[in-house]
Design a protein around this ligand. Structure first.
Ligand code: PAF
Length: 280
């Protein structure tokens, strides 16, 4: 696996991949890799495709009171995991490459980025859309892979790619979970043992609510019950919402795909999860 920290060298390596007739797939990450990221690399690995994974802890997507300074950084272990997974190139841009002095641009995707986490974390999705645009321009991949765990992020990126004519296929990969159902996240390491045990309530409660709504129960009642269960399990609930799976608008119209999204906090840790609502 090539490890590249210089933009000109990255572009040269990608040119060489293309000269060999290969497609290029990008897996953007902030490091602190776990099996969820490796599932993205696995999904991206195809015959005739070179996989580029980026690692960049993007300061612009963290709010002033968020965990930028304590966000886990373990480059060596990350590089070993990527290499073992069969990644072809690790792109580790220095912060000066991503945000050169005088950087003044911002990519903002209205609508889909405004509610839910966008409301709870002002500026977060601007930071994501801006850095992902840069990564797309740097790597110029044919396809890019994102986890469904960050469901709103995935929809923001899909909207951005459509709106701005990025010629890149966006692939959403199902959430990877621990044995008890908790979605894998780099932030799970902030949970102590007791919190970790309690955290399993998040996927369980979402699953129960999604099944109830899918079989026709009143959504408002199911959401209220989910919120009460999550509070009872020791979480502070930021939101539990039933939305249109594409636009993320509340009150999805008849026949539209629906998704249940939640964000909760326990101690100093914020967890998100989501699940499709299947009609039965
Ligand atoms: O999902 C993430 O890890 C980040 O939001 C991303 C897409 C790498 C942008 O910094």
């Amino acid at each position: 696996m090539l490890t590249v920290r210089d933009l000109a060298a990255l572009r040269e390596a990608v040119r060489e991949f293309r000269a060999e007739g290969m497609r290029v797939a990008l897996v953007p990450t902030m490091g602190a890799l776990h099996a969820g990221h490796i599932a993205l690399v696995e999904a991206a690995k195809r015959p005739g495709t070179k996989v580029v994974a980026s690692i960049f802890v993007n300061p612009r997507q963290f709010g002033p009171n968020e965990d930028l300074s304590r966000y886990p950084r373990r480059e060596k272990a990350d590089l070993t995991m990527l290499e073992d997974a069969g990644c072809d190139l690790a792109w580790l841009p220095p912060v000066e490459t991503m945000y050169p002095e005088g950087f003044a641009s911002n990519v903002q995707v209205a609508g889909v980025s405004e509610g839910l986490d966008g409301a709870a974390r002002p500026g977060h999705f601007d930071g994501v859309a801006t850095v992902v645009s840069k990564l797309f321009n740097q790597v110029a991949p044919d396809a890019a892979y994102f986890g469904e765990k960050d469901y709103q992020q995935l929809q923001v990126i899909r909207r951005m790619v459509t709106d701005l004519d990025f010629d890149i296929e966006i692939v959403g990969v199902p959430t990877q979970r621990d044995d008890d159902g908790l979605a894998l996240s780099s932030r799970n390491i902030y949970l102590d043992e007791t919190e970790r045990q309690k955290a399993v309530a998040l996927p369980r409660v979402l699953g129960i609510a999604a099944r109830a709504i899918g079989r026709g129960d009143d959504p408002a009642a199911a959401l209220a019950e989910a919120e009460a269960s999550l509070t009872g399990a020791g979480f502070t609930v930021d939101y539990v919402a039933l939305v249109d799976a594409e636009t993320l608008e509340a009150n999805p119209g008849a026949g539209r795909p629906r998704r249940l999204l939640a964000a909760v906090r326990m101690g100093g840790t914020r967890l998100i999860d989501n699940i499709a609502v299947e009609e039965v």
